[in-house]
Design a protein around this ligand. Structure first.
Ligand SMILES: [Zn+2]
Length: 186
């Protein structure tokens, strides 16, 4: 069989792609071309999360400052329902598909236990309804996201102390604010 090569232009750079018909996932017959196509489609969603400027600054914030903010969030009102805390990070895992495309995400929700549970149940239901229809990613990812929601629903954050996720969220919040302030000045 002749080796097939395709030329694509990405941001002015010529890229030569070979063997796009090569099967990467034998179980499903998913080819290299389809894998590349998939990454091109999800890139607009993924790339904003990879811009790591606040993350670099985040490492330089003293632990005590982070712990102090995390404690205040933890003991404060729920930002969603204004109800009493403890407020912590609840992760909701969702996935949706259209025929040739599947998109999934982990959405951290900073809220009270009851709002966190609601977000997880919503994600569980919508994933169950909307996740399956993409091939092959929908079939692979939907059971995983459903299982992750169920496990998050059964494993609750400690009501007495801020979780490591909340500490991380507090650190990123401070870093984001610092970047925003620096950009406003500059
Ligand atoms: Zn709430």
């Amino acid at each position: 069989m002749a080796r097939q090569t395709s030329q694509v232009e990405i941001q002015g750079k010529q890229l030569s792609l070979s063997n796009l018909q090569k099967v990467m996932y034998p179980a499903t017959g998913f080819t290299k071309g389809q894998v590349i196509d998939y990454y091109v489609r999800v890139a607009p969603v993924l790339l904003p999360h990879l811009r790591g400027r606040p993350l670099t600054i985040a490492h330089e914030i003293p632990d005590a400052v982070v712990a102090d903010l995390a404690r205040r969030i933890h003991a404060g009102q729920c930002p969603k329902c204004q109800g009493p805390g403890p407020v912590d990070v609840h992760k909701a895992f969702s996935v949706w598909s259209a025929i040739a495309m599947t998109s999934w995400k982990t959405q951290p929700v900073i809220a009270c236990q009851s709002c966190g549970t609601k977000a997880q149940v919503r994600a569980l239901l919508s994933s169950t309804l909307l996740g399956w229809w993409g091939f092959p990613w929908g079939l692979l990812v939907t059971p995983m996201q459903i299982a992750r929601n169920i496990s998050a629903l059964t494993r609750r954050p400690d009501p007495l102390t801020p979780s490591p996720e909340l500490l991380r969220a507090a650190r990123i919040h401070i870093a984001t604010q610092a970047v925003a302030q620096a950009e406003a000045k500059g």
